[in-house]
Design a protein around this ligand. Structure first.
Ligand SMILES: O=C(O)CCC(=O)C(=O)O
Length: 288
């Protein structure tokens, strides 16, 4: 898709999403995937007992502990369309690595992102970058066009084991599947989506992993309604508000100082992400 900024903004505003956009070359995507999988081998499997938080840190704040993920959040081809939507001042509020293992039943139920994020406004956009192919068979995202114009609808928590969301939350509105679109992406391509769009994804029925990096960009004018100061990185322009804790780029892969900061970020997020969940949602990713 061409990089006509006016077209990007108008299509995004109309549908609540936009894809495919080129975030990087397929070769670069493969190289980032290899770097991530090397870090997984080194820290997740080997040191699981030493650092049981690997999954929680990497799932929610990979950009704070893995420099190559921070680098992706700052790539011009990723940031330019985001800035067209949000303006020149941009923070990264969170980075979720959504991995569906080969032949895994894990899925994502229909939801609206902003439901539990405790943010006061909708000046947010997610860039979802494919580090592997995202296909119908391996559980690419699906969007319900135009639903970003709706307010946040009721969700209920299911805590379903195979649901990859923090509370297994799903919307209580019937989604007409025939009117949804499959967000099929090649490695290196990305989609952009609005924080109120209805979206979901099926299980992975293939023999390879499906790896997507969901970067949550917000403007510095936003704030947490609860007063919690979340931990963010400034990736464009300036922060003239001071509503968040600004975190520097990580020093090296899984550096202890960065890990300590990322742990604080996880703890801050838990104050609102699991509010009202009766303790059920706490670090549930550790058991997946
Ligand atoms: O990766 C997926 O399948 C779902 C991602 C998602 O829900 C999101 O990025 O908001």
């Amino acid at each position: 898709m061409s990089r006509n900024i006016t077209e990007i903004v108008s299509k995004y505003n109309q549908n609540g999403y936009l894809f495919p956009l080129d975030a990087m070359s397929p070769e670069q995507a493969l190289a980032y995937r290899s770097q991530f999988e090397a870090a997984e081998r080194e820290y997740k499997d080997k040191d699981k007992d030493k650092d049981p938080d690997f999954d929680a840190l990497v799932f929610g704040h990979a950009n704070m502990v893995l420099p190559f993920i921070d680098e992706i959040t700052r790539l011009p081809d990723v940031l330019d369309p985001v800035k067209a939507i949000l303006g020149p001042d941009v923070l990264v509020w969170g980075v979720n690595l959504f991995i569906k293992e080969a032949e895994s039943p894990n899925y994502v139920s229909w939801h609206q992102d902003l439901t539990y994020w405790d943010l006061n406004d909708v000046e947010e956009v997610t860039a979802w970058i494919a580090l592997s192919p995202a296909t119908v068979n391996n559980g690419c995202m699906r969007f319900a066009p135009g639903t970003h114009t709706r307010e946040i609808v009721s969700h209920h928590d299911t805590f379903a084991r195979a649901n990859q969301l923090s509370r297994g939350q799903e919307i209580e509105v019937k989604v007409d599947e025939s009117e949804t679109v499959n967000v099929v992406l090649s490695p290196g391509q990305m989609s952009l989506h609005h924080g109120r769009i209805f979206h979901a994804s099926h299980a992975n029925r293939t023999t390879d992993r499906r790896i997507g990096l969901a970067i949550r960009y917000i403007t510095p004018a936003m704030h947490q309604l609860s007063g919690v100061k979340s931990y963010v990185t400034l990736v464009s322009g300036e922060d003239r508000f001071g509503h968040f804790n600004l975190v520097p780029a990580p020093i090296r892969v899984m550096d202890p100082a960065d890990l300590a900061m990322a742990r604080q970020a996880v703890e801050a997020g838990e104050k609102f992400l699991y509010a009202g969940a009766g303790g059920q949602g706490q670090r549930r990713l550790l058991r997946e």
